[in-house]
Write a protein that binds this ligand. Structure first.
Ligand code: ZN
Length: 359
């Protein structure tokens, strides 16, 4: 697909213009830590013949995500369900990946027309580049909306289980904990080697509970020279790798969390800190206390640990996820917190029912 390599080139040019050869060091924050996790890594199949997407600009704004999501949720029980990923792909086609006010109103007009029976999503599917955007947005957002069961507090104070449909992904920062951030994706980093910042930093207080954005399994946990105490969680469809880094000194993780564990979206997985930038373990070498959140997208497993990893800008996505912050409560006598309302994610059940060899 020609659009992909153009995006790629444009991206690199942007970075070069913005930061020059020096990469504009920023000592305050967290690092494009991932590249070095397993060293220079995994061969160069990416230069070969296999056909898959090699770079992604994830550009939907919070407003675009919200608009598409509201349509999805609202029409879920209707005869024609407008799924948010398709509506976003439609918007991307209309704006060439730019989601301004005009594009958002085009999305609304199109959804209204579908609802009125005047248009169909099939018409959008025929548009050039629709399939491309849909594949990208499915890779990024595929596990975030769907059916789930969750505990809900009643007016009498009793908690009951409810069947729901909607956003089942969470903000990485627990409810009631302040943080601040700005779009710092692509900024230069200089610790270790010159590189780009392949993630999003959320600044807050030491010990702020860090929440699993999506259900998945713990693929990596432990010390990394760049990320400090970090956790890597793979989504159950294997398309996304969530990287949570710089976790708290001494008590970085939720008690007992180990590699291979399954986590449910909304679980407390660790605590904010400023570890990292050190070859020795458990060292606070990062100036600003923050969570580094990275989201890596894989269209092919060979991309996972390669020189061609795809990390997306997740700033607007975290702004959108803010509407679903998980409530937590202190575990008395410890430095730990746990979620207040349990959730059942059917994606976990289907994963468990899948024979190990076909996962
Ligand atoms: Zn960072």
């Amino acid at each position: 697909m020609t659009g992909v390599s153009q995006n790629d080139r444009r991206y690199w040019e942007t970075i070069k213009w913005s930061f020059g050869e020096d990469g504009g060091a920023d000592n305050a924050a967290g690092g494009g830590e991932k590249k070095t996790e397993e060293g220079e890594a995994a061969g160069n199949e990416t230069g070969g013949e296999k056909d898959f997407i090699r770079w992604v600009d994830f550009t939907p704004t919070k407003e675009a995500l919200q608009t598409a999501y509201e349509w999805d949720k609202e029409t879920w029980a209707e005869q024609i369900h407008i799924d948010w990923i398709s509506l976003l792909a439609y918007g991307a086609v209309k704006g060439g990946g730019k989601f301004d006010k005009k594009v958002i109103s085009q999305m609304n007009d199109f959804a209204n027309a579908i609802r009125a029976g005047e248009k169909t999503m099939e018409e959008a599917e025929e548009l050039k580049t629709f399939a491309y955007y849909k594949e990208i947005y499915t890779a990024v957002l595929g596990g975030m909306v769907g059916s789930y069961r969750i505990e809900v507090p009643g007016t009498d104070g009793n908690v009951t289980w409810q069947e729901c449909y909607g956003l089942k992904a969470f903000s990485p920062i627990a409810k009631g904990f302040y943080y601040n951030d700005y779009d710092d994706f692509g900024a230069g980093r200089s610790y270790g080697y010159k590189r780009r910042h392949l993630g999003h930093d959320m600044l807050g207080q030491i010990g702020t509970p860090i929440i699993a954005v999506e259900s998945g399994y713990v693929e990596a946990i432990g010390w990394n020279q760049y990320g400090g105490w970090r956790i890597g969680i793979r989504s159950l469809d294997k398309k996304r790798y969530y990287y949570y880094a710089h976790l708290r000194q001494d008590v970085p993780y939720a008690a007992g969390l180990t590699e291979g564990d399954l986590v449910t979206a909304g679980d407390v997985i660790g605590y904010m800190g400023h570890t990292g930038y050190s070859v020795s373990e458990n060292v606070n070498n990062i100036d600003a206390i923050h969570l580094h959140l990275g989201i890596e997208i894989m269209f092919d497993e060979s991309q996972k640990d390669s020189d061609n990893e795809i990390w997306i800008d997740c700033y607007e996505l975290t702004k959108f996820l803010y509407r679903n912050q998980g409530a937590v409560e202190k575990v008395e006598g410890t430095k730990e917190w746990k979620r207040v309302y349990d959730m059942e994610d059917p994606a976990l059940n289907s994963f468990l029912e899948t024979p190990q060899e076909s996962r």
